[in-house]
Design a protein around this ligand. Structure first.
Ligand code: NAI
Length: 461
């Protein structure tokens, strides 16, 4: 069988230790792939000015498949997350994270076998954040119809390909009616093409409770990016911890497989790291590539080692990374000479066409976010072609009506309604007419499409 080239990013922290374990296991199992090593990690910053050099991105684009070990992202200031950069540059729109009970790993639950499909590019991960005033920082949460539909379609296609029967779409559409509402509706629309798959939806808070009481009920979970990130770690904990949670980032043209966990700086270089999560990610990769028979043999070796209580410290054992790796290698069943390329589990989802606007959108008002250090801003009842409708602070309505003694910060959302038909120029005029003592920092138009309202009417009461 011809060898296929795969980009290998060893990362930093425990990354090199656990990726070398995978390399060794693949070598011993005779897996027909050739590694092309590429750099990424904290150590690249001095040499390249960022955590991931262009050559690494080029290598993934060329080979279309990569296995990536974790890389450190400084919290707060510092360079952008390497993972987020890779996902965005290569348009890896879906993150697939199986959570399956493993033999020999005792947890509260025995029969967990679920797969998380997480939208991988949008939500708060655009990093569109601004400090509005000394008091207020804001992050834009972007959910698109195309992105949501892509993730949903991937979940349905994956369910069909792997014989899964039910998808639960997770959201918070009771509160985030527009963003999570769009995610949920996209799931329902795409779901019409898959009547053979059972479709349900659930609020994220309820999901968390159900996961820690009856996780066996779930098959495929579909989530927006941030919820998916958090729930992935929760599900990792349910089946034994971060050391056993694999994942794959899937795009139209390429895929990058990586463990859920991070670079674990607390144990780096000590020989304590558990390579199971990245190994399981690499098996996901082999199945994606049509090398499922190799994946199966390695998985058998892993299960045998775990069942015989050969485990790293995070799983309650005492084996070092290399003793555990050796334990797996010794238990991999012999391969069949006629091992053949199988059907690749590669799902190609074409880009969604953009939605066409059916009717013109009319501006019916504008939310103006202003700074005020003197309490609730005072405006004339009408300014230009607009009238003040309401004002909120920290999402709570403070005008009209009486305000009790609540904590108010220095940024107010002031909702102005148009008294007549208005356009963008009229909005600019409104901004120019606002009292100078309330400088504005951003605005959002309130628009309608025919009778359909395109903004949240919630006033935070
Ligand atoms: P972490 O996942 O690195 O570690 C959390 C805890 O789990 C630590 O106690 C660690 O020792 C343990 N742990 C994680 N993986 C393990 C393994 N394979 N074997 C044994 N124990 C393991 O999460 P943390 O500490 O929040 O993040 C550390 C760094 O990793 C941060 O800079 C973060 O941004 C980055 N990170 C990178 C990811 C990636 O490259 N895919 C994903 C998540 C975090």
């Amino acid at each position: 069988m011809d060898k296929q080239k795969v980009t290998l990013i060893k990362g930093d922290g425990i990354g090199p230790e656990i990726s070398e374990a995978v390399q060794l296991i693949f070598l011993e199992a005779g897996v027909p792939i050739e590694w092309e090593e590429a750099e990424a990690g904290l150590y690249c910053i001095d040499a390249y000015g960022n955590g991931i050099p262009q050559e690494t991105l080029d290598s993934i684009s060329r080979n279309k498949i990569a296995l990536k070990a974790p890389t450190t992202t400084p919290i707060g200031d510092g360079h952008k997350s390497i993972n987020v950069t890779i996902r965005k540059k290569l348009d890896l729109f879906a993150n697939v994270r199986p959570s399956k009970s493993l033999p020999g790993i005792k947890t509260r639950f025995d029969n967990v076998d679920l797969v998380i499909v997480r939208e991988n590019l949008e939500d708060t991960y655009g990093g569109i954040e601004h400090q509005q005033t000394p008091e207020v920082a804001q992050c834009l949460r972007l959910i698109t119809r195309s992105g949501s539909r892509n993730a949903a379609r991937y979940a349905f296609e994956m369910a069909r390909l792997t014989g899964r029967k039910k998808i639960t779409c997770i959201h918070k559409a009771n509160i985030q009616k527009m963003t999570d509402g769009l995610f949920l509706n996209s799931f329902k629309e795409v779901g019409l093409d898959y009547p053979d798959i059972q479709q349900v939806d659930m609020l994220i808070d309820n999901l968390c409770m159900q996961l820690v009481t009856r996780p066996e009920q779930f098959d495929v979970l579909l989530l927006p990016n941030l919820f998916g990130d958090i729930v992935s770690d929760l599900c990792a904990g349910i089946v034994g911890g971060l050391g056993v949670a694999p994942g794959g980032n899937i795009g139209k043209d390429s895929a990058v497989f990586e463990a859920v966990h991070g670079s674990a700086p607390d144990i780096a270089g000590k020989g304590l790291a558990n390579p199971t999560a990245i190994l399981l990610s690499s098996l996901q990769m082999l199945r994606y590539m049509g090398l499922g028979s190799y994946a199966q043999r390695i998985e058998d070796g892993l299960h045998a080692a775990l069942s015989e209580d050969i485990k790293t410290r995070d799983l309650g054992g005492s084996a070092s990374t290399s003793e555990f790796t050796q334990g797996i290698i010794e238990r991999i069943p012999a391969g069949n000479i006629s091992e053949k390329q199988e059907q690749a589990r590669r799902i190609i989802i074409p880009h969604e066409p953009l939605t066409e606007q059916k009717e013109p959108w009319n501006i019916v008002g504008v939310d103006v976010f202003v700074k005020s250090t003197n309490g609730i801003p005072q405006f004339a009842e009408t300014i230009g072609l607009f009238s003040i409708g309401m004002i909120s602070n920290r999402g709570t309505k403070v005008f009209p009506g009486n305000v009790s003694d609540i904590l108010m910060v220095d940024c107010f959302r002031c909702r102005f309604y148009a008294d007549t038909t208005v356009n963008q120029k009229d909005v600019l005029e409104l901004l120019a007419l606002l009292p100078e003592e309330y400088p504005w920092m951003h605005i959002e138009l309130l628009q309608n499409e025919g009778s359909k309202v395109l903004y949240s009417k919630a006033q935070g009461e």
